[in-house]
Write a protein that binds this ligand. Structure first.
Ligand code: NAD
Length: 363
């Protein structure tokens, strides 16, 4: 099959890790006879250096023309980089927020998967880890408390701040559908997380999720209060498949879930809109402290590429191949510095990419 992929290498370690993800996608193309056409786009600091602004109309238009976008990360060291002498709306991060908005990416997906080989990095006890865990947090990204009306006023000499949490049924329905679709590609279970014992927005959330569930009789739905969910994530993480939740709860829970895996260089993510289109990127930043040294871990970006194959291109078998290759390389005992442990061999960014390709191609 033929696909058009936009690549955004970005800043810091971005170009190094995206190069490895591209190598891996090329290995998949070679194995399965697909053809991916790549278009490299500028965003963040890389765009400021060329155009003086972090996001151009050209980048938005080219991204829209593609089937999916694979990104490294953007941003520099705020203390030393000239990008941070610019006003906030012209800094690298403004480019990222701008492209998410322009592409209408309302659903954020972050997997938290514990590799057997990296169990030592997990802060949970062995009896809690059990057989490991493999969950997907789906967070609503463009509504709720972070986008509601807000103001700070003074009443009778007392300062008062007001934030509003608003969701309409359409915003809830579109992300709920996405969550059920994704559960169908996994283990057919959705845990919808809310605070329906207190909040009206959560009571509407629960109702609409139940309405959507009617069209997915093969997917099990459970509801969980957010405070209980925060506890369950560290008490019994193995119970979760897809966790569906609103913006602020998702912000907090996705960080909690990813940190229980213990390895920042392994965490992929995706942001999706109403179509198959998505922007895929590692959860970590541009790590300017190690940029250009060929020592960054490219696996989070490579796994983001696997998510792209699965969720935007519907190439599930190919995505499985990438994930299995990553697992097999870890089982061989090779590691980049960030996930290094005793008895393993340290390898570079590009060696990691090469070894994953070799597993895919059976070399
Ligand atoms: P960071 O994630 O870049 O780095 C935190 C620490 O983790 C550093 O020590 C870094 O070396 C290490 N690290 C991160 N990714 C790694 C990898 N793949 N392999 C090995 N080690 C890795 O976070 P930060 O230092 O707070 O931010 C640096 C820059 O990244 C800032 O400009 C920030 O705004 C930006 N940022 C961008 C994104 C994004 O593009 N989505 C996300 C977060 C931060």
């Amino acid at each position: 099959m033929n696909f058009q992929i936009a690549l955004i290498p970005g800043d810091g370690i971005g170009p190094e890790i995206v190069a490895e993800a591209r190598k891996v996608l090329d290995a998949i193309c070679k194995k399965y006879g697909h053809e991916f056409k790549y278009k490299e786009l500028l965003l963040g600091g890389a765009s400021i250096d060329v155009h003086g602004i972090p996001l151009t109309d050209e980048t938005i238009e080219e991204a829209k023309k593609s089937d999916a976008v694979l990104m490294g990360s953007i941003g520099g060291d705020a203390a030393t980089s000239p990008w941070y002498k610019l006003e906030p709306s012209k800094r690298p991060e403004a480019g990222l927020l701008g492209i998410r908005k322009a592409l209408n990416l309302f659903a954020n997906l972050r997997p938290a998967y514990l590799y057997n080989e990296l169990k030592d990095a997990c802060p949970l006890r062995d009896e809690i880890i059990g057989d490991g865990f493999d969950m997907m947090i789906m967070r609503e990204l463009t509504g709720g408390l972070y986008f509601g009306e807000r103001k700070t006023v003074e009443e009778n000499g007392v300062r008062k701040a007001i934030d509003t949490l608003t969701y309409d049924e359409n915003e809830i329905r579109r992300i709920a559908k996405r969550a059920f679709d994704i559960a169908r590609k996994r283990r057919n279970k959705v845990t919808s997380v809310d605070k329906a014992n207190v909040l009206d927005s959560s009571r509407l959330w629960r109702k609409v999720v139940e309405e959507v569930a009617v069209d997915y009789p093969d997917v099990e739905l459970e509801h969980m209060l957010v405070d209980n969910c925060a506890m369950q994530l560290v008490k019994n993480p193995g119970q979760f498949d897809v966790i569906l939740t609103e913006n602020m709860f998702g912000d907090i829970l996705s960080d909690e879930a990813s940190m229980v895996t213990g390895s920042i260089g392994m965490l992929s993510s995706a942001s999706l809109n109403e179509t198959k289109f998505g922007l895929y990127e590692p959860s970590h930043g541009s790590a300017p402290d190690i940029a250009g040294q060929n020592i960054a871990n490219p696996i989070a970006t490579i796994l983001s590429g696997a998510m792209m194959l699965r969720y935007s291109l519907d190439l599930d078998k190919e995505a499985d191949d990438v994930e299995k290759a990553v697992q097999a390389v870890l089982a061989d005992g090779v590691r980049t510095g960030d996930i290094m442990s005793e008895g393993c061999t340290k390898i570079s960014t590009s060696e990691m990419g090469d070894r994953i390709c070799a597993k895919i191609l059976g070399e």
